[in-house]
Ligand binder design. Structure first.
Ligand code: BG6
Length: 488
């Protein structure tokens, strides 16, 4: 980072995202010495939050990767850099107080870099960008100006294109950082390293050796108080359009020539383009949906809501590498445990030399990337059980972060993403065309899976593995869900 002053301006500073994610991430970065003394943080909100109230988010935020309570000198220095002011991004003169605050903390005559973080309700993204544009906040003149936009970026292709249009009318694409926090997870980054820093996996990473790929993002939490957002989004918008498609892109993309934002994102866009589009008509045959029992009783959920809290679907990728390899994606809330896993199931040996019956039912090899929790990688293969004539059984070769890296904390995704945005590295952020590709995959699916003529989502019991129809769905293809990672 340069010596120039940098101001992080958080819009929506009194909200849960700031309290639970951004403030802790910034506090930990500060305690690790990764936010220099030249960084200032300004919280902007429509509430009357005082600077002390805003500072309290940071104080409480110490602890994940750092000491709690922080040493007084660490805390005092950081506290001095934290400011707050009133601001309303939807009002014409809504940035008046911010203007005053910025002129007090940024040195006159030396343009300060600025990172604007839209931690706002999604309907405010476009008005906020327009307000920033009218105030000239995007202009880079001897400094940089960057914008982080949270998810959801639109609710379908049309709204995402419109939001991109508004964003691009003010900011250039190189200034825009669209967040998908899954990309900031240590294990997701490690997937890139696993694939592209090891020579042994690449030759088998294709239809020649792989039978199918399963991506699971299971959550034990319910929707809690989020009905106003969630009931309109449902699991397909909330999880699939963003996190699951990003995981798929990282697993399936071609090797980029360099680890640079645009080369990396070009490859992700290529593979998303190659995902076979499912028509609305075909969608009910390529997906199942579920709703946890009790969803309708959550505060704010409209009576009779058909919103799915679980979905499983099959996607195919039409290119040389993946032709004929189904990608099965599933995600749901109120399940038995929290677990994100990418499981590669290899083909069975083409010919078995071992006599039937002695070798049991030989399962195919699997490679599981445990994204969270219990981060690691498991490779399962067959071994002969000792002192048997010829009895085989699957065994595991395992790598766990905890063992290999001496129990070192795995930082929250937001730490990495905030630091990358400050350093101008957009590799782990989503480009406008990537967002649009993702919506163009999801839109017909969502359309085909909603509406009164479509089967209601199957009700499943909270604390289970989800709807039974998800198992039948894979059984139809002669397959079954396989999970090797341990959830929480
Ligand atoms: C968010 C979704 O993007 O990701 C939430 O809106 C979901 O519904 C969350 O619970 C999951 O994130 P993580 O990091 O807890 O797996």
């Amino acid at each position: 980072m340069s010596d120039q002053t940098t101001t992080i301006v958080i819009f929506g500073a009194s909200g849960d995202l700031t309290r639970n994610k951004l403030a802790p991430a910034l506090a930990d970065l500060y305690s690790k010495g990764r936010l220099g003394p030249e960084v200032r943080i300004v919280g902007v909100s429509r509430s009357d939050m005082t600077a002390d109230e805003f500072r309290a988010f940071f104080y409480q935020g110490f602890g994940q990767d750092s000491e709690f309570p922080p040493a007084p000198e660490v805390w005092n220095d950081l506290a001095d850099s934290i400011h707050s002011c009133y601001g309303d991004v939807s009002a014409p003169d809504g940035l008046r107080d911010l203007e005053r605050t910025l002129s007090n903390i940024e040195s006159p005559g030396t343009p300060a870099n600025r990172l604007y973080y839209l931690a706002l309700a999604p309907f405010l993204f476009a008005p906020a960008v327009e307000t920033l544009g009218r105030a000239g906040y995007q202009v880079e003149n001897g400094c940089w100006r960057r914008l982080i936009v949270e998810k959801p970026f639109g609710v379908n292709l049309e709204t995402a294109e419109e939001l991109n249009r508004v964003v691009h009318s003010v900011f250039a694409e190189h200034q825009v950082y669209r967040i998908d926090h899954y990309l900031g997870k240590e294990t997701v980054q490690n997937l890139l390293v696993f694939r592209f820093a090891n020579a042994i996996f690449e030759p088998i990473w294709s239809r020649n050796y792989i039978d199918n790929i399963q991506i699971t993002v299971a959550e034990s939490v319910s929707i809690a108080e989020r009905a106003p957002y969630y009931d309109r989004a449902g699991v397909l918008r909330d999880m699939f359009q963003s996190h699951l498609l990003q995981l798929l892109a990282v697993v399936a993309m071609e090797p980029p020539s360099t680890f640079e934002a645009d080369t990396l994102r070009n490859e992700k866009v290529k593979v998303l383009k190659a995902v076979r589009r499912i028509s609305a008509h075909a969608a009910p045959n390529l997906a199942v949906q579920g709703q946890y029992d009790g969803y309708l009783d959550e505060p704010g959920v409209p009576p009779g809501s058909r919103t799915a809290t679980y979905a499983a679907l099959r996607l195919d990728i039409d290119n040389w590498r993946w032709q004929g390899v189904p990608f099965y994606l599933r995600s749901g809330k109120a399940l038995s445990s929290k677990k994100t896993e990418v499981l590669i199931q290899f083909r069975r040996p083409p010919h078995l030399i071992f006599p039937q019956g002695t070798s049991g039912d030989i399962t195919s090899n699997t490679l599981s990337i445990c994204v969270q929790p219990n981060e690691g990688v498991h490779l399962e293969f067959q071994a002969k059980t000792p002192d048997s004539t010829l009895h085989l059984r699957p065994v595991n070769l395992e790598f766990h972060y905890e063992d290999s890296f001496g129990g070192q904390e795995i930082p929250d995704a937001y730490q990495r993403l905030l630091l990358d945005a400050l350093n101008g590295d957009a590799s782990l952020f989503i480009r406008s065309d990537e967002i649009e590709q993702s919506w163009s995959i999801m839109d017909p699916l969502i359309e085909g899976l909603s509406g009164p003529s479509v089967r209601l989502p199957e009700i499943y019991d909270p604390g289970t593995e989800g709807p039974f129809s998800a198992d039948d769905f894979l059984a139809r293809d002669g397959r079954a869900w396989v999970g090797k990672c341990v959830g929480d």
